[in-house]
Design a protein around this ligand. Structure first.
Ligand code: NAD
Ligand code: UD1
Length: 354
């Protein structure tokens, strides 16, 4: 059997880009996803892009029997764990769903890994674990803060759970990747972010205004202590983020214990700078209006990514212009996300990967 990397949540936005990066680097991957926030079409697009059959199981990380059957059928030597609910707003309304899916789901996954002697894990964490930072840029040694919503607290709880686990048994090699603000899409325009329902994040909202699915962009807050009064964030291209996972998997072959890495560019842009860059690059005017500050937003957040540079040999390569070009290519080629038709060749034409 070939060594296989299990990717939970691999049909989703960041997971599908990471699956592509791993396959292109020669990994054999198995995607496990219950499709609660994604669809089978992203896997079909991956198959077209890689010209290989991608092993996919429609299932849940909370299903122990399924996990044991996966570990017995495949020679899994590492897990990249994306599967999670991720809407901040929904997490406030349905905290139990978030703790059950994200925290209990991760616990269940780790138990299955222990039962099956798999100890290399990369986990999708978030800059949200820093809470309100004391200063910027944010470095890993600032320590974690107080996330302001249940979603953020699930990420912090999982980080603590995984830290305790790594301390308990020297066989574990765990990488906690703290993402800043992922945007962009693969340069092919074939895979990208396709949020269910009304989006909350800035770039999906902005592109939906640009294609006419939303009339106007709401800019939350114009009185922050920033360059132009709007919030500043560290936007990172999803393909750079995906490559960060590849590097982490490599380094975790010899770095045991718990490892924390910020994945960001180190550069912050305000909401207005993003809107104006988008307008300059695409030639499309974005109607917007100011609204009061959004609850839970912090004024400024950008990374010190130098630890990932030193320890992973990783740094973001794609600038804001590239992020906007690729975001817009994805959205304009797929105005209805994965529901949009895209020429996919018959699966029989693809070479089997195994
Ligand atoms: P996404 O919703 O596109 O992908 C998550 C995938 O997990 C989805 O395909 C969903 O169907 C699947 N999933 C959820 N619960 C599952 C379960 N119990 N069993 C199996 N599959 C399940 O989200 P994304 O943007 O790709 O985020 C991936 C990870 O990165 C998540 O853990 C998220 O919290 C984290 N993260 C995302 C961002 C961001 O801005 N996108 C920022 C920081 C951290
Ligand atoms: C948000 C979450 C964070 C999560 C991350 C990725 C909050 C408070 N934080 O981060 O926990 O890890 O998404 O899912 O929700 N904005 C507008 N108009 C919009 C949308 C956004 O002005 O329609 C502004 C926001 O106020 C913010 C900036 O754009 O200042 C970025 O927002 P967003 O993309 O939602 O990311 P974060 O708030 O940084």
């Amino acid at each position: 059997m070939r060594k296989t990397t299990l990717i939970t949540g691999g049909a989703g936005y960041i997971g599908s880009h990471t699956a592509l990066a791993l396959i292109n680097a020669g990994h054999h991957v198995l995607v496990l996803d219950n499709l609660c926030n994604s669809c089978r079409e992203s896997i079909a697009r991956l198959e077209q892009l890689t010209q290989t059959r991608v092993d996919f199981i429609n299932g849940d990380i909370r299903d122990s029997i399924l996990l044991d059957s996966i570990f017995s059928r495949y020679d899994i030597d590492a897990v990249v764990h994306f599967a999670s609910l991720k809407s901040v707003e929904e997490s406030v309304r349905k905290p139990l769903d978030y703790y059950a899916n994200n925290v209990a789901g991760t616990l269940n996954l780790c138990r299955a890994m222990v039962r099956n002697d798999v100890f290399r894990l990369v986990f999708s964490s978030s800059a949200t674990v820093y809470g309100e930072p004391v200063r910027t840029p944010i470095a890993e040694d600032f320590g974690t803060g107080k996330p302001v919503n249940p979603y953020g607290r699930t990420k912090l709880m999982i980080e603590e759970l995984l830290t305790d686990l790594a301390d308990s048994d020297p066989r574990w090699s765990i990488g906690l990747l703290r993402y800043f603000n992922p945007i962009g899409a693969h340069e092919s325009g074939m895979i990208g972010e396709d949020p269910n329902g009304r989006p909350n994040n800035l770039l999906p909202c902005l592109t939906q205004v640009a294609i006419g699915r939303m009339p106007e962009l709401t800019v939350y807050g114009c009185d922050y202590p920033t360059v132009d009064g709007t919030c500043v964030r560290d936007y990172i291209h999803v393909v750079d983020l995906a490559i960060g996972h590849l590097k982490a998997l490599q380094v975790l072959r010899h770095n045991t214990g718990i490892n924390f890495w910020n994945l960001g560019t180190g550069i912050g842009y305000s909401v207005l700078q993003i809107i104006h860059s988008f307008e300059d690059i695409t030639g499309i005017t974005i109607p917007y209006h100011f609204a009061p500050r959004r609850v839970g937003d912090i004024a400024k957040c950008w990374a010190d990514p130098s630890k990932a540079g030193r320890e992973l040999g990783w740094s973001a390569q794609r600038d804001l212009e590239q992020m906007i070009i690729d975001t817009w290519r994805w959205q304009s080629c797929n105005p209805q996300g994965y529901q949009s038709s895209f020429e996919i060749p018959a699966l029989t034409a693809l070479t089997a990967a195994k």
